[in-house]
Design a protein around this ligand. Structure first.
Ligand SMILES: [Zn+2]
Ligand SMILES: [Zn+2]
Length: 274
C-alpha cells in the first residue's frame, strides 16, 4: 500500500491510498479543481479513484465531497449522520457504514470507529489492503481517545494520527478562550502530547510509519509536533520515520509495498515534497 497526503489541516484534508491497482480517497476538503490539480502533481487522475471515504462533514474534510462525487461518480462511505449532513451526495451513491462493522471496498476493507468530535457522526478508520494485508489507521479531529480506537488500531503498519496543537502555544496564542477550550476539549482536537501518547501506545512490531495530521498553523509547528511525538515513541522499540504531513502540498507519506508482505519491519522511504 502506498499513501499520499494531498493537504492536511484546517485549510483542507485529503489522503490517497493505493493498493493492488485500487485507489481510495479519504476526505475531500478541497474543491474538485484543486483536488484534480493536487492529484495531477502525483500522477493520478480522479477517474482512477474507486471510492471516497469521509471522516466527518466539517468543511476542511468534506467541502468538495458533493461536487467531486457528482463529477466523478464516486460512491461515498461515511456514517449515516455524516451523509445526512452532506445532502448533495446522490442517494444511490451513499454508502452508510457503521462503527465496528467492517466494510469491504474495491481493494480495501474499511473498519469505522466512532470518535469524540463536535460533528454529526465522526469516524476514524482502520483500512486494510486486500492485496498485501497492510493495515493503516487514519484518525484526525478527535478530542480524546476512546477504547474502540485502541482496539481497532492494534498491529497497524502505518499510523496517521492527529497532532493538532502544542498545548503551550495554544494557551499563549491569539485564540480567544472559548475557542481554546473547544480545540483542547474532549470533542475538539488531539495535542502533540496526546497524539504522541497514542502513537506510543500503538507502536507494535508491525509499525513502519507514523504520519502526523492536521497540524494547526497558529498553535503548532512541524518541528514541535515531530519532536514531541518522537520523544514519546523513543520510549518504545519503534525507530521508523515520523512525518508531519505538509499543509498544502501533495506529499508521499509511506510506501508499504517496497517489500512483499507485512514483515519483517523495514524502514520506510519517505520523500518530502514532490
Ligand atoms: Zn478538521
Ligand atoms: Zn472537524
Amino acid at each position: 500500500m502506498r499513501a499520499w497526503t494531498l493537504g492536511s489541516g484546517s485549510s483542507g484534508n485529503a489522503l490517497l491510498l493505493e493498493s493492488g491497482g485500487h485507489r481510495l480517497l479519504v476526505d475531500c476538503g478541497f474543491g474538485p479543481r484543486a483536488l484534480a490539480t493536487r492529484l495531477k502533481a502525483i500522477g493520478v487522475v480522479p477517474e482512477s479513484i474507486s471510492a471516497l471515504v469521509i471522516t466527518h462533514e466539517h468543511v476542511d474534510h468534506a467541502q468538495g465531497a458533493e461536487r467531486a462525487q457528482h463529477k466523478w461518480r464516486w460512491p461515498v462511505y461515511a456514517s449515516a449522520a455524516t451523509l445526512d449532513a452532506l445532502p448533495g451526495i446522490t442517494a444511490r451513491w451513499r454508502r452508510p457504514v457503521r462503527a465496528g462493522v467492517a466494510e469491504p471496498l474495491d481493494g480495501f476493507t474499511l473498519e469505522p470507529v466512532l470518535i469524540p468530535h463536535d460533528a454529526a457522526g465522526p469516524f476514524a478508520y482502520a483500512i486494510t489492503a486486500t492485496a498485501s494485508g497492510a493495515r493503516v489507521a487514519v484518525a484526525h479531529d478527535l478530542g480524546a481517545v476512546p477504547d474502540p480506537i485502541r482496539r481497532a488500531f492494534q498491529a497497524c503498519d502505518a499510523l496517521c494520527l492527529e497532532a493538532n496543537h502544542d498545548v503551550e502555544l495554544l494557551r499563549n496564542g491569539p485564540y480567544p478562550w472559548p475557542l481554546q477550550q473547544r480545540i483542547g476539549g474532549g470533542r475538539g482536537h488531539l495535542s502533540n502530547a496526546q497524539g504522541g501518547a497514542l502513537a506510543a501506545e500503538l507502536a507494535s512490531p508491525a509499525l513502519r510509519a507514523v504520519v502526523l495530521l492536521h497540524l494547526s498553523e497558529t498553535n503548532n509547528t512541524p518541528v514541535l509536533a515531530e519532536r514531541d511525538v518522537a520523544a514519546r515513541l523513543g520510549r518504545t522499540r519503534y525507530r521508523g520515520p515520523i512525518l508531519a504531513a505538509p499543509r498544502r502540498a501533495p506529499t508521499p507519506v509511506f510506501d508499504l509495498d517496497r517489500v512483499p508482505g507485512r514483515r519483517p519491519a523495514v524502514s520506510v522511504q519517505l520523500s518530502l515534497g514532490v
